[in-house]
Design a protein around this ligand. Sequence first.
Ligand code: C2E
Ligand code: CA
Ligand code: CA
Ligand code: CA
Length: 271
Amino acid sequence: AKASMQERICLFEDYMQAEFDDRQELEHDLRLAVERDEFELVYQKQVEVMSLNVHGVEALVRWNHPTRGQISPAAFIPIAEELGIIVELGEVILRRACIEATKWTKPIKIAVNLSPIQLQAPGIVGTVLEILNETGLDPARLELEITETVVLNDRNGVVDILNDLRALGVTIAIDDFGTGYSSLAVLRDIPFDTIKLDKAFVRDIAVSPEAEALVKLVIDVGNHLGRTVIIEGIETEAQHQCIRRMGCQVSQGFYFARPVKASMLDFLHVA
Ligand code: C2E
Ligand code: CA
Ligand code: CA
Ligand code: CA
């Protein structure tokens, strides 16, 4: 039988309450997780398209929750941002990534994601410098990934910060490129070294001429500007061959490797 309107409203309210409790609990647990250090980094290989040699890795955070198991960053990073915890968490992540990278047997690049909130928090340049000094990581090995949206509000402020970061010797990647509404303006205004084309553009590349043309355009722009272009989300041999023909230098995707613990990175042979 169909639920009456009143019953349906009650069901909806129960649902909302459950969601709310869940969310409260998650917030509570997240605050504790930073103290209890429940985070772990996994690394996804980035490969040179022609040689298949390793170019670098991207560090991706995982939360090992004591009862819920592993939680994806897509689920907790936005909450950490809302709660302001992201600044502290982001520092923990960056420090850990730099420490781990100094132990590796090959001096490959390591890319670390920076939340827009973290990038615009006071003292970010000092924090990065401190972590570099503390860990002894060669700044040239560190790439900081930021998204296009960072420049929406305070463009001048962000440009200054990025210039200061680059002056430390680190490189800047524009992540999820093409998903914002001002991608071309970003290329014009923002100091950067690497474009990471969002995986949404790659999905249909081997079957759609339009998709292919757009990816080619970004590769060509990057090459003309003398920047590195990394194509994300390569999942198939056909996609790999396609970007290879188009002159893409670096790519990243499940076709080459899933994100894994540092000890599982085959090209490092770390214990
Ligand atoms: P992102 O920075 O765009 O990272 C790439 C995401 O795509 C990762 O998901 C990765 O596992 C996934 N991916 C890689 N190759 C493929 C592929 O071939 N196909 C598909 N479908 N997906 C692929 P993950 O690890 O779940 O991270 C999701 C997002 O969470 C990241 O997107 C990033 O925005 C955020 N994130 C992850 N780690 C951190 C971190 O340490 N700090 C901050 N601020 N954000 C993070
Ligand atoms: Ca990223
Ligand atoms: Ca991305
Ligand atoms: Ca993203």
